[in-house]
Design a protein around this ligand. Structure first.
Ligand SMILES: [Zn+2]
Length: 367
């Protein structure tokens, strides 16, 4: 046998204990404050939301990140568990197959033995060793030829050793089956724990989202627009989202309901300032279930820019207002169908017409 089923069983029981402890600690872990979580909003110092709400938001973000990390670890452990189940299944299968072969060979050997005894009896030449062996239960004996060879030598000791190997195989097969049953139970428990962790993550996201919306409204009410660092507007264009941000070209990628992606998603922490891309006018501010809080900027070039999933507008912003490139107009959020994934979904419509891939537009200003 390649591995001891008992040893693997112990290891697996231990890993379940680790899972349980981990999930329990998720519920009771003290939130750790991650300093970079809201680094992007450091310009709100002194003019931001209420201090206790700012603190609560930081705590909620840290908690959500911690649960996310634990869930990732849990999912990795789940992969290991799955691999162990597959390994045990194949080990069990191998032992059962070997047992069947033993049984078949033993059966054949037993028949041969019986016929030899009958022949011996009929020949009135009963061999005492043969007679004794035929009366012994020879289940689980190795290859027929080997048994017959050993019988020819009259080696009872060898036959017994073979029998005991077969019995050990049988015991190992039973043990493997037992381990497989326990693994199935663990898989069930793992599923429940995973569900629990996912529930906790959802709760944490909701809490963070609620606080972020509250805080960004407070920041906006305080008029805490962030000034743009000098030199950030190049060629009259400003990146729509401050650092830290990330984005890739996902133009035309499939989306829910058979839609395809008509924008660029610029990921950034909740509350990260958003800027007017070029000089122009805020043409419309509205909210709907898909986009959440949104605005349209009509640039002086004639191009229209759509900003959506915002957590809020900068205080006092209104439709018809003139803005300059780089002016702080809104805060990054996850409203609409972006819950849990704060980002700016940004679209570009040249001359106010149909959408074009906004990635090159973003790239021109954001690098
Ligand atoms: Zn998008």
């Amino acid at each position: 046998m390649r591995t001891s089923p008992l040893r693997t069983h112990l290891l697996r029981t231990l890993s379940l204990a680790v899972l349980t402890v981990m999930v329990t600690s998720v519920s009771f872990a003290a939130p750790q404050v991650t300093p970079q979580a809201h680094a992007a909003t450091s310009c709100d110092d002194g003019g931001g939301g209420k201090p206790q709400d700012e603190r609560a938001l930081k705590k909620a973000s840290a908690k959500r990140q911690k649960i996310q990390k634990d869930l990732d670890t849990l999912l990795n452990t789940g992969e290991v568990l799955k691999a162990q189940i597959e390994e045990t299944d194949s080990e069990h299968e191998m032992l059962v197959t070997r047992q069947r072969r033993f049984d078949k060979q033993a059966g054949a050997a037993h028949s041969e033995l019986a016929s030899r005894v009958r022949r011996s009896y009929m020949l009135r030449n009963a061999d005492p060793v043969l007679t004794m062996l035929s009366a012994t239960d020879a289940e689980g004996v190795v290859e027929q030829s080997r048994v017959l060879g050993m019988l020819a030598e009259g080696s009872r000791e060898h036959v017994e050793r073979a029998s005991s190997a077969a019995r050990r195989n049988h015991a190992a097969a039973e043990q493997a089956e037992h381990v497989a049953e326990q693994l199935a139970q663990m898989e069930h428990d793992y599923g429940a724990i995973k569900g629990q962790a996912r529930g906790l993550l959802e709760q944490a996201k909701e809490q963070e989202s609620r606080l972020a919306a509250k805080v960004s409204l407070q920041r906006a009410a305080n008029g805490s627009g962030c000034p743009l660092p000098p030199g950030s507007v190049s060629g009259g264009l400003a990146c729509p989202v401050d650092q830290p941000r990330s984005y890739t070209d996902t133009w035309g990628a499939p989306r829910s309901g058979g839609r395809s992606h008509l924008g660029v998603d610029i990921l950034a922490p909740i509350g990260t300032p958003q800027r007017a891309y070029e000089n122009g006018t805020i043409s419309r501010m509205h909210s709907n279930s898909l986009g959440g809080i949104s605005l349209y900027l009509r640039g002086d070039s004639g191009n229209e820019y759509y900003y959506t999933h915002l957590s809020g507008y900068v205080s006092g912003l209104s439709a018809g207002q003139r803005v300059t490139a780089g002016q702080h107009i809104a805060f990054t959020g996850d409203t609409g169908n972006a819950a849990g994934i704060p980002h700016l979904h940004w679209e570009v419509r040249p001359g106010g017409g149909g959408n074009v891939n906004p990635y090159p537009y973003a790239h021109a200003a954001c690098g």
